[in-house]
Design a protein around this ligand. Structure first.
Ligand SMILES: *[C@@H]1O[C@H](CO)[C@@H](O)[C@H](O)[C@H]1NC(C)=O
Ligand SMILES: *[C@@H]1O[C@H](CO)[C@@H](O)[C@H](O)[C@H]1NC(C)=O
Ligand SMILES: *[C@@H]1O[C@H](CO)[C@@H](O)[C@H](O)[C@H]1NC(C)=O
Ligand SMILES: *[C@@H]1O[C@H](CO)[C@@H](O)[C@H](O)[C@H]1NC(C)=O
Length: 259
């Protein structure tokens, strides 16, 4: 009797102490070393970068650079509360321009045409619902260089007087910078007048791609490098998970060894 009571007691003590020991060995809940928080995103929106990776908008970007309008737009994006809304035609829209060739314009006219593609205010796409067909909205080109907007169940239509087009996608729309892709080059009535047939007959596909309106031929290679900063976050997150997993495994191994 004495012996069996002693035996049970010692077994109990042993179990208790070993479980207590195990408890002291097991480390506190794995605290993954905090990865340094990414620096707060600066407000600076690099227009060149945005237009380089999207599109292809190489033709428009080349005109922005050659006319120095890029500085005007970037300054508006950098330094104003108002912000900016830019309508950007794709390279194919420039090559589709047959009749009114931009290459025939004077340097001043060309600059006006490029300035005509932006409004000195940030507009989300939904804001265009408030515009009415009979409201002329001033552009960066000033004066008579105005655009009329209408919203047709979510699609924003733009009337430059000479050309009608629409917004086909939003490249960037975070206050203070909005960049929308448009179907056509916006040709201002102030330069091109209204005497051109509104519905030009579709021209037969040319054998040689007309490059007359492209200030420079650039490869579209840069498009391949897509702008996903979120990828970085993803990989660092999975690193933490791996690290945490290893820690748990190591802890288990220690506990098993001790027991
Ligand atoms: C903006 O982006 C372009 C193209 O990526 C780059 O060459 C330029 O240095 C950038 N500008 C600034 C101020 O970061
Ligand atoms: C816009 O801001 C960037 C970053 O601060 C700067 O490098 C660039 O020169 C500025 N550009 C203009 C036109 O203000
Ligand atoms: C458009 O109208 C709505 C109400 O109809 C209003 O809340 C919104 O602020 C307006 N947006 C602009 C840009 O005026
Ligand atoms: C744009 O709006 C103005 C009124 O501000 C109007 O006179 C003009 O006809 C409109 N243009 C078009 C193409 O609808």
């Amino acid at each position: 009797m004495e012996f069996s009571r002693f035996f049970i007691l010692s077994i109990t003590l042993l179990l208790l102490s070993s479980s207590a020991f195990a408890k002291t060995v097991s480390p506190p809940a794995p605290t993954p070393t905090p990865t340094p928080a990414p620096a707060p995103a600066p407000d600076y929106v690099n227009l060149t970068q945005l237009l380089t990776v999207a599109g292809p908008f190489h033709t428009f970007l080349s005109y922005l650079e050659s006319t120095k309008v890029l500085d005007t737009f970037q300054n508006q994006a950098n330094n104003t509360e108002e912000g900016i809304t830019i309508f950007v035609p794709k390279d194919s829209s420039f090559s589709a321009l047959k009749k009114p060739s931009l290459s025939k314009l004077t340097a001043d006219q060309l600059k006006q045409v490029i300035l005509f593609h932006a409004l000195p205010h940030f507009y989300a796409l939904a804001d265009f619902k408030n515009f009415s067909q009979s409201t002329s909205t001033p552009t960066f080109a000033g004066g008579d260089y105005t655009l009329n907007f209408t919203d047709d169940s979510g699609t924003v239509h733009i009337n430059s007087g000479w050309a009608r087009t629409k917004v086909t996608s939003a490249v960037h729309a975070t206050d203070p910078v909005a960049i929308y892709e448009v179907d056509k080059v916006l040709l201002p009535e102030a330069i091109f007048g209204t005497d051109i047939p509104p519905t030009p007959a579709p021209a037969p596909a040319p054998v040689v791609a007309p490059a007359a309106d492209s200030p420079s031929e650039r490869s579209a290679d840069s498009k391949a490098s897509s702008p996903s900063s979120s990828k970085l976050d993803g990989s660092s997150a999975s690193k933490i998970i791996n690290y945490g997993g290893n820690l748990v495994l190591a802890t288990l191994a220690v506990v098993v060894l001790v027991l």
